[in-house]
Design a binder for this molecule. Sequence first.
Ligand code: S6P
Ligand code: ZN
Length: 194
Amino acid sequence: MEKLKNLKSMAIRFNLDDGLSPDRKSIKRMLSAMEGMYLDNEKLKEMLKDGDIVVYEFYNMGLPEDSGELGFGTTILYPGKIGEEYYFTKGHFHSILETAEIYYCIKGNGYLLMESPEGDVELQELKPGVSVYVPKRYAHRSINISDKEPLISFFAYRADGGHDYKTIKTKGFRKLVVERNGKPELIDNPKWKA
Ligand code: S6P
Ligand code: ZN
């Protein structure tokens, strides 16, 4: 078949077991980068004394940040807890607030916690085969509730959406998912700042 000219397609492999790609280098978020994000920051500091660890890793394909492009990749969130809080991703709004995003869970079990600037909260369970639509205007954070498996999801969003981490870093999410009596529970974040 004659090859189409100027069609710059690409095929990127993501391993279905560990979520990693042999074709790109992942971005790793270390425990030290999560300082101040968990309720029990003292516990985090104590854990750091035994050395830094990777809490999650994800991909940025490095595509041009144009409105017609899509950013995509996998996020691999490892299992663990800090105090009663499960490991989570930092979470962010998109700089272009009107940016929606698609997640598709490949492996593991957890939640996608979402929150609008007005305080509407959405929580969806992530398990293999489930796709979650993150509506525009909603900050989002992945939470891994398994004690042994990584939570692996594929994501896609408009490549020029950008990331606003500051709002979540300073205010936090209104809600938190913690483990109580061996089960995940959604609670009000006692540290949430209006
Ligand atoms: C990007 C998308 C994911 C996250 C990744 C890490 O819009 O939502 O790729 O970047 O899961 O989370 P965070 O909050 O540290 O960017
Ligand atoms: Zn996002």
